[in-house]
Design a protein around this ligand. Sequence first.
Ligand code: GRF
Length: 206
Amino acid sequence: MPVERLRIGVLCSGRGSNLQAILDAARDPSYPARVAVVISDNPHAYAIQRAREHGVPAELILPASFPDRIQHDLAVAQRLEEHGVGLVALAGYMRIVSPQFIRRFPGRIMNIHPALLPSFPGLHAQKQAVLYGVKVSGVTVHLVDEGVDTGPIILQVPVMVADEDTEESLSARILEHEHRAYPDAIRLFAEGRIRIDGRRVYTKRS
Ligand code: GRF
């Protein structure tokens, strides 16, 4: 009997290139997870099209249809549960999820951030890195807690910053690494190779 793969719900607001990387990784039947649903808050998100082209259900849940942020989050949580997701992956989701949402998926929400946290949290991380003048930036995949980009770190990949880098050139280089890092982190989670102890995430070797 084939083993049921971990079902992921991916939340996206835009381009969806990280979603694409996850969809591509999951094409391999030996990859231990698959995308069960994509949910977006933005009707213009290209991510929706990517999901549909892949035959994955994509749902639009508009914040404007709800009285407040929490009600919107709870509607998203309900759809994720209805799709039986065991992991929620934020991939360019331009909303801060509420504590009420986080409590529905304890230890089961991941985010990818285009900098080496705790440096440069929040928006425009690549621009922050260029303006600050760091020589190394990178990618962080972390679990989501109630802060902004503060949760326990699963993995990080360093990316060198060159003198001639601009926000655009650095973003493009970091993005290439994001597309490997996110599927890698999801694999670790899906294979049960992650153990969390406070802020520290320990990874069992395969
Ligand atoms: C990525 O840089 C990701 O790290 C950040 O938002 C961007 C989303 O890009 N959280 P995409 O929609 O996955 O192409």
